[in-house]
Every structure is written in C-alpha cells, then in structure tokens.
Design a protein around this ligand. Structure first.
Ligand code: ADP
Ligand code: MG
Length: 467
C-alpha cells in the first residue's frame, strides 16, 4: 500500500523533496484501514504534517478509502542522553475524505533551488576558502588531537565516531583553517558530496531573513540536504533560541542520516552559556578537541611555511626572534610577518634583526612590563653574581650551573614560554635540560633550607615586578 502511495507522491512533488521527506519513511504496519509509518524525528513529523498533509490525505484516501487513517511512529529525540531511540505512536486525526483531491504543491517548494533540474549538487557553493588545506596546516603539540581527528573525519565523513566533531580554542588559533581544510579535503575526494561551510553568524542571519520572508521551509530544506555541515563559531548561537531550535532539528536530521557535522567554538561546550542543554548534550556525542597556543617550535614551522608559500626569504635569526616574541596566536604571528614584509619593501631594506625589532617595538614593549625572560635572567645573574652571558654559555662551573638552573626554574614558573623556548634562550639547550633543571631546583627547595630561602628572596622580586 505504502509503495502505491509513494508512486503518487513522487508524481506530485519534486525529486529532491521526495528524497528528503519521503524516502526516509519506513512503512511499519497496515491494520485494517490504519497505515502506520515511521519517521526519523518529531521535526520530520511536524514538517510532513505542515507541508504535505493534503497530499498524504489524498493518497491515503486513494489507497484505503474514506475510512483510511495514517499513524506516525516517531523516533523520539531523547533530550539529554544518547540511549537508543525509542518508538512511540502518535495517532493523527482522522482524514476527512472531503479534502482528498485538493492537493497542490505549496508555493514555497517551487522556490526551492533543488527543485530545478538544471542545478547539479556539486555546483552548489560550499563557501569554502580553498587556501585552507591540511597541507599548509602545521601540526604541533598544540593541535595534534584536533588535527588528526579532523583528518580522520575528512577521510571518512559521517562514519567515524567523531560525529559531531567539535573543535574549540581561542581566537586566531586555527579553528576556521582546520575545519575548512576538512571541507576542502572531502570535496576534492568526493565532488558529488554537498559540503557546506557556514559561520554561525550567517546561519543566524539567514534564519532571521527566512522568518521575515516567510521561507523558513526553504531554509530548513536547504540545510537538510547537506552531506557535510561545517558550522563555525557556534558560541554565536548563544541566546538565540529560535535559531537554536532550528539548528537542533537540522542537527538531528543530519546526524540520524549519517551526515557529518563539524563545529567550532571559542570555548569548551560546558562553558557555552546561553545554549540549550539538549544542544550541548548533542555536541558531546562525538569528539571534542581543543587547540592550544602554538609552542615555539610550531611557531617557527608556521613562519617557515608561510615564507615558503609567499616565496620570500627571512634570515634564521629573525625567524627565531619573531617566533620568540609573538607567542599569543597564529593570526598575530602572521600579522607581524606581513607588516615586516611590508616595511621591508617600503623602506627598500633587507629583512634583518634590526628591522624586525623596530617593526615589533609595540609588542616587545608590552612584554617588557611583565616578568619576562630577560628580566629573570638579569635578576638571577645579579643575585648569584655571575655574568648574564654565562647563563647562556657552555660553561659547567658549579655556581653558574646553579644560577642557570634557577633562572630556568623561574622562567618556567613565571612566563608562558614552552620548555623548548626556554632552552633556546639559555644558549640553545634542549627541553630535557630545562626539565632536569626545574626538577633539580624543586628538589633542592625541599631538601636545602638555605637554598629555599634564596629562592623565596628571588620570588619576592618577581612578584613585586609582576604586581
Ligand atoms: P580561528 O578561527 O581559531 O580564529 P584561524 O583559523 O582564522 O583562527 O587562523 C588564523 C590564521 O592563522 C589563519 O591565517 C590560519 O591560516 C593561520 N593558522 C592557524 N593555525 C595554523 C597552523 N597550525 N598552521 C598554519 N597556519 C595556521
Ligand atoms: Mg575562526
């Protein structure tokens, strides 16, 4: 019976609408004149009732006569947990026979872009920036998990357990780059998949616009056809309840049909204020991975890569200086690099350390007011009455070794430098030397009272300076 119904439905609506709204329906039973069909979600049910009720009435009438009735079985959205979907029966009203032949396609569906045969799916604009790729996304400790999860998703969208994939991290740490790389990778491997990148801001604006123009159906319809939905900066949905509700339905529908969802946020889901609990709980279904500030090594690699792709040359000591000085985020690092290149061409000067220092003056001055490495080294050298240079030299004289270890200890304690970076500023020592120094000093503090007193005295100087 359902098969016959589908035939009629198919003839009455566009192919894409048919695929979206009728193919997922499973006929469950026919008892007397009651046909029960299973639909994937509450939203799905509401959608059918809202847009296809007259068509459904018509086909039910044709197949089962005037006493024919349709019941929906809905796979329930279980708000907060991930347990197996349950099935409940929600009976619909009796179908009055009188309206049986009155179906005409809703106006809004005629506007649906997918109705037009001329448009092929992969002509749809994915809104991806092709310059964001995995190839130019530098891997480091700061992004290893997020990057490799992203790569797995890019190779097997919708089929890994990383669905949704949620990437979070502070501004300029590479969230957008990473998720766009996922989209670009999928698109190049599967040109027929409909990948869509959208910022949450745009999503909200589109939704509001669709409310104004009475085309919410088109809006939803469009998103429900997406194979891979990449939605950036979901913190922007905060407090926007209507949009969240729509996103919730879209999310459920896509997730249930095995479509991949990738999201970013500026904080972990648990800290997302103003987002509905049922959405947050879904965000945690897949994998949540964070991006940290890049360490010294990664910053160096990013600068190298950038120079390589721009075809410019910068001396090694300048690269090290930049990587050392700009340790906030990658966007800032790129900004400094660009301004340096600009100054060099404006002043027709080669890029050297001097130019770099003057280009970065404002940033370095900021650093100077905090307890920075230079200050720690100077203070410790003075205190132990050794020369500043000796801290960075190869010498292994006992009093110098102690001073050096103490300075490393404070560098670890009071600055955000990575072990690698600290080592670099102590004459190019490696990070294991720094670990060893920090450990040695901690042990001495525990065992040697006189040593502990010196450390406390030094600590005061740094505390005063740090305010
Ligand atoms: P977010 O979205 O987290 O604010 P973006 O993705 O916009 O950050 O990154 C800012 C800039 O830094 C972009 O130009 C991006 O290409 C670059 N970037 C960030 N992380 C990396 C990385 N690991 N390797 C190379 N470039 C990166
Ligand atoms: Mg971004």
């Amino acid at each position: 019976v359902w098969h016959n119904c589908l035939q009629v439905i198919k003839d009455n609506i566009g192919e894409q609408s048919y695929k979206t709204w009728f193919e997922p329906i499973v006929p469950l039973s026919l008892a007397g004149n009651v046909l029960t069909i299973q639909v994937p979600s509450q939203f799905f049910y509401e959608w059918l009732e809202e847009h296809y009720v007259s068509l459904l009435k018509k086909v039910v009438y044709q197949e089962l006569g005037s006493e024919g009735r349709l019941e929906y079985s809905i796979i329930v959205d279980q708000g907060n947990d991930q347990s197996k979907p349950q099935t409940v029966n929600i009976p619909t009203k009796k179908v009055p026979a009188a309206v049986a032949n009155s179906y005409r396609p809703e106006q809004s569906f005629l506007k649906n872009p997918f109705e037009s045969k001329a448009i092929d799916r992969h002509f749809f604009n994915s809104q991806l920036n092709q310059s964001y790729t995995f190839e130019n996304y530098i891997e480091g400790d700061c992004n290893r998990l997020a990057r490799s999860a992203g790569y797995a998703v890019a190779n097997k969208p919708g089929t890994t357990s990383f669905n949704p994939l949620m990437v979070y991290g502070g501004v300029g740490l590479g969230k957008t780059h990473l998720v766009q790389a996922i989209g670009n990778h999928i698109k190049s491997n599967n040109p027929d998949k409909f990948v869509l990148y959208v910022s949450s801001e745009k999503f909200v604006n589109q939704f509001i616009e669709s409310l104004k123009t009475n085309s919410v159906q088109d809006f939803a319809n469009f998103y429900l056809l997406v194979d891979i939905l990449i939605i950036d900066d979901v913190q922007f949905l905060s407090g926007k309840e209507k949009t969240q509700e729509m996103f919730f339905h879209i999310f459920n529908h896509l997730h249930q049909s095995g479509k991949q969802i990738v999201m970013t946020s500026d904080c972990p889901p648990r800290d997302l204020k103003g987002l509905e609990e049922r959405l947050l709980s879904r965000f945690k279904w897949g994998l949540t991975a964070d991006l940290q500030s890049p360490d010294f090594e990664t910053r160096m690699a990013i600068i190298y890569k950038k120079m390589q792709s721009d075809g410019i040359h910068i001396p090694d000591n300048v690269i090290e200086y930049l990587a050392y000085s700009v340790d906030t985020n990658v966007r800032e690092l790129e900004g400094v690099l660009i301004s340096l290149i600009a100054q060099s061409s404006l002043n027709r000067k080669e890029i050297d350390l001097e130019l770099a220092k003057s280009a970065l003056k404002h940033i370095i001055e900021d650093v100077e007011t905090e307890v920075n490495l230079d200050f720690i080294q100077k203070t410790v050298a003075e205190y132990f009455q050794v020369s500043l240079d000796s801290l960075k030299a190869k010498t292994r004289k006992k009093e110098i070794v102690t001073a050096r270890q103490v300075a490393m200890y404070f560098a670890k304690e009071y600055t955000s430098h990575s072990l690698k970076s600290i080592g670099y500023h102590f004459g190019g020592r490696d990070h294991s030397t720094v670990i060893h120094s920090v450990q040695t000093v901690s042990d001495l503090i525990d065992t040697d009272k006189k040593f502990k007193a010196s450390i406390q005295e030094l600590q005061k100087k740094f505390r005063v300076k740090a305010g």
